[in-house]
Design a binder for this molecule. Structure first.
Ligand code: HEC
Ligand code: HEC
Length: 337
């Protein structure tokens, strides 16, 4: 009898332990999903502009037009447009602001209305969202400012506002800018950059960084160019090695890397960023007027003048730790890019 009782007791304890284990596994998987779900690889695949925007009955026609302009920029406001040529290259805004500007870690536009007006070091004054958009028009798109009063600007703003207020589901994915990389202690090594490029990038972006246009659509690039005459100009943020490295680390190779599951290390992203920015690209005029307060200039801005005596080459390729330390000690500024 005693044996039987202790057997039952042991059995009950065992069942209890098993139940606890199952419960904690269940709770764990819910939390795990919550942590990973907003930024998993599936998100990239799941982004479907047709269901999210174009066939979404809650999006107004202005919102839809705004999306189309941002996603087929060349067709609507660039070289492929018949008479409304403001963008100077065939990129789309969404070539860099991925998934219609909704992807965390790819300079997402979610929350953008709440972030402006915003201080701009490049202009040394507080700037509006329209001015910021035109910053990308004149640099990333190598074009000219889109008039503030144009329908096209109105549609773009309508779409961005809708991302903020009309799509609450996506709001959880808010991540401004790019997650920064750790400053490498070395300078860019172009040989290493080239071998990473040939291994991880060349299939899509091409041997000469020329990318590939859509074959049957009047839409611009399927795989955008990374250098040459149809790329971003030398005044663009992507022309800074540290900014490009942060974008690449968290987003490239496309459909393989996200900011939660990057493929390259910080240093690999840094070398390949230096490599793509080592080639010629369109020149922005009047760049010397950028950053009226020169000590606010990002240290990897490759064009002068600077408020220090480091060489142009060191600004373009690093090593950045000495420059970082200089601004930290002299001005109390901790530079991240
Ligand atoms: C070649 C890449 C590239 C292209 C193309 C591009 N941008 Fe950008 N954009 C950037 C970078 C880099 C930043 C700065 C990100 C950072 O470091 O926070 C930025 C920032 C912005 C911001 C401010 C984001 C914020 O959270 O403060 C807006 C708005 C913006 N871009 C709009 C546009 C629009 C509209 C277009 C098309 C007309 C466009 N961009 C095309 C690279 C690009
Ligand atoms: C599988 C194809 C693919 C691979 C591989 C790939 N990319 Fe991209 N890349 C893209 C696409 C597509 C975009 C534009 C995203 C969009 O339109 O949604 C892009 C955008 C970019 C941009 C911003 C737009 C521009 O033209 O400047 C940069 C920079 C970039 N890629 C660099 C790289 C680097 C560096 C590598 C290798 C580490 C790489 N990519 C690997 C497909 C790829």
């Amino acid at each position: 009898m005693e044996i039987f009782q202790s057997l039952v007791k042991n059995l009950l304890v065992l069942i209890g332990v098993l139940l606890l284990l199952i419960i904690s596994l269940l709770i764990g998987s819910v939390y795990f999903d919550e942590i990973w779900q907003p930024h998993s690889k599936e998100d990239i695949v799941e982004w479907d502009p047709k269901t999210v925007v174009l066939n979404n009955p809650t999006a107004s026609s202005e919102v839809k037009k705004g999306f189309l302009i941002l996603d087929s920029t060349s067709h609507f406001i660039g070289p492929l447009s018949r008479n409304f040529k403001y963008a100077g290259n065939n990129l789309s805004c969404t070539s860099c602001h991925l998934n219609g500007g909704t992807l965390s870690g790819a300079a997402s536009w979610i929350g953008i209305f709440k972030r402006f007006p915003q201080f701009s070091g490049r202009e040394n004054k507080s700037g509006t969202l329209v001015e910021r958009i035109n910053g990308c028009m004149e640099r990333s798109m190598n074009g000219i400012a889109l008039p503030k009063e144009s329908d096209q600007m109105r549609y773009i703003l309508a779409y961005m506002k809708w991302l903020d207020y009309g799509l609450p589901k996506l709001n959880s994915k808010n991540f401004k800018g790019y997650p920064k990389i750790e400053l490498p202690s070395v300078a860019v090594n172009l040989k290493k950059g080239k071998s990473i490029y040939l291994k991880e990038c060349v299939v899509c972006h091409g041997e000469n960084g020329q990318g590939m246009m859509y074959q049957n659509e009047n839409k611009g690039y399927q795989y955008p160019p990374l250098w040459g005459s149809d790329s971003y100009n030398d005044g663009a943020g992507m022309n800074r090695v540290l900014t490009a490295a942060a974008f690449i680390k968290n987003n490239m190779p496309y459909l393989q890397a996200t900011w939660k599951t990057p493929k390259l290390t910080d240093e690999e992203a840094f070398h390949v960023a230096g490599y793509i920015n080592s080639f010629p690209r369109p020149q922005k005029i009047n760049k010397e007027n950028d950053y009226p307060d020169k000590k606010l200039k990002p240290m990897s801005t490759p064009y002068g003048p600077w408020k220090d005596n480091f060489s142009p080459k060191q600004h373009k390729y690093g090593p950045y730790l000495p420059i970082y330390n200089f601004y930290k000690e002299k001005y109390g500024i901790k530079k991240t890019k």
